[in-house]
Design a protein. Structure first.
Length: 392
């Protein structure tokens, strides 16, 4: 890939609303991405390989548990800092952001929010330092958008639980040290269990042949009579609302992350439009190309404003599931549209790995599906404004 010359667009001077800490976190993350991600990511994506060597750096910049209190190893930052970090990391690659979203919001968050003090002390510092990586098992082969139907289950055997079932499409599964797994007890109530690699009957086969998120490892979590110690059950919340509560946090990060991918596509296309000469002019001089760029910067700016306000609400504990859902849906769709337009602006060069656009575009095809599909988020908004759920 070419040198990373990224400059971020700030059309409405949003930087003026950020604190010094926000800017410090964002700029440090950007510098790290330019140094440690941009030069290698294309090769890892082409080879469908997760770049293990960046785990230490992610931990050092605080990307594992940015908003988890420092007493548990987290960075103790606010939600806007968390969002800016996800924006910068996804500017590098959605798969790398995915690893951080899972680790922070889907593994550390439930242990922090629903776990007891022993569980927090046992797992969170190791996850924050990157010594351990985690995965989150909600989706099953027959229950994706409708996780409430899950069939993975556990039985109380007196001194332990016996876990059976399978989860599918699980980010980080192939190499995770721990998995937060959602399963039904004998009464059909959903609980979270912490399953550790090495427990007999627990396997994590990798999912191959992905055209998307190729630098992120995806796999299954398979439980064949796994004996889970009783102390590994998350005691402080049960029911479908428990895993959905984690999704609120991860979806918030994705809403910011998608802006990063969009900004990278826009920045690349803008630069290219000034350099590429056709009919004796830079292509940026043609109205059709200017229309694309003008629409891109308009949509990026709207997404930045939406997300900044959402961050303020989240800091105040007032962001609703529906507000987060709207931002995830809007921003990922916006990023995907921009990636497709930017790809066209680069002509044939747009399909090569010399530029990041095609990789972003293919990654975003997963992002628009995971953490609730585009359609499901539309229905969440529909339910919020009408009061009528249209899922079933
Ligand atoms: P529904 O009856 O609406 O709700 C069941 C209970 O949950 C409560 N609830 C929430 N609680 C906390 N936070 C939320 N966001 C919540 N949403 C709902 C709700 O109040 C209710 O509580 P109670 O006490 O009344 O029981 O549930 P439903 O079965 O009708 O489903 C609703 C629907 C479709 C919106 C939900 O199932 C959904 O969001 N489906 C999408 C599934 C999804 O997003 N899966 C993501 C899997 S993880 C993933 O993709 C990781 S990718 C990671 C990466 O690499 O970045
Ligand atoms: P389905 O639910 O089968 O949906 C198929 C289509 O039907 C979609 O277009 C959907 O919008 C539509 N549809 C479904 N229900 C309705 C309805 N009621 N009304 C209208 N349309 C509907 N899951 C995890 O638990 N942990 C992870 O770490 C994780 N990582 C992932 C990584 C990747 C790369 C991918 C691709 C997925 C990951 N997922 C993970 C799973 C992801 O959350 C699911 O793919 C997603 O929730 C959709 O489920 P599904 O694929 O089964 O699609």
């Amino acid at each position: 890939m070419r040198p990373d010359l990224f400059e971020h667009p700030d059309y409405y001077l949003l930087d003026e609303l950020l604190t010094d800490e926000h800017k410090l976190v964002r700029d440090a993350t950007r510098d790290w991405v330019k140094r440690d991600v941009s030069p290698i990511i294309e090769e890892y994506a082409q080879n469908a390989e997760f770049p293990q060597q960046i785990v230490k750096g992610l931990a050092e910049i605080g990307a594992f548990g940015p908003y988890i209190p420092s007493e548990y190893g987290g960075a103790g930052l606010d939600q806007i800092s968390y969002g800016l970090m996800m924006q910068e990391i996804e500017r590098g690659d959605s798969g790398v952001r995915s690893t951080c979203s899972v680790q922070s919001s889907l593994v550390m968050y439930p242990i922090y929010a629903y776990g007891n003090e022993e569980q927090r002390m046992k797992y969170l510092p190791k996850l924050a330092s990157g010594e351990w990586l985690g995965s989150f098992g909600l989706t099953e082969p027959n229950f994706g958008s409708n996780p409430g139907g899950m069939v993975t289950n556990f039985k109380d055997m007196g001194d332990h639980y016996l876990l059976n079932g399978a989860k599918m499409w699980i980010s980080n599964a192939p190499f995770c040290h721990v998995a937060v797994v959602w399963a039904k007890n004998e009464e059909g109530r959903i609980h979270g269990l912490i399953v550790e690699r090495g427990m007999e009957g627990f396997t994590t086969p990798e999912t191959h042949n992905k055209w998307s998120l190729r630098a992120s490892a995806t796999g299954e979590l398979v439980f064949d009579n796994v004996k889970v110690p009783k102390e590994n059950l998350l005691p402080n919340k049960s029911g479908l609302g428990a895993p959905l509560g984690c999704l609120d946090s991860a979806r918030f990060g994705i809403a910011w992350g998608a802006i990063g991918a969009a900004m990278d596509c826009y920045d690349t296309a803008l630069r290219y439009s000034k350099e590429r000469i056709q009919f004796d002019k830079p292509i940026g001089a043609f109205q059709l190309q200017q229309k694309k760029l003008a629409e891109m910067i308009t949509e990026i700016t709207k997404a930045q404003l939406l997300t900044f306000r959402l961050g303020q609400l989240k800091n105040e504990g007032r962001a609703t599931t529906a507000q987060i859902s709207m931002a995830k849906r809007n921003n990922v769709d916006m990023a995907l549209t921009i990636a497709r337009d930017a790809r066209q602006m680069l002509g044939g060069m747009g399909i090569t790995g010399d530029y990041p656009i095609m990789r972003h575009m293919m990654n975003l095809e997963s992002v628009v599906t995971y953490e609730g599909t585009h359609d499901i988020h539309l229905l969440i908004t529909g339910m919020d404004v009408t009061g009528i759920p249209a899922f079933k």
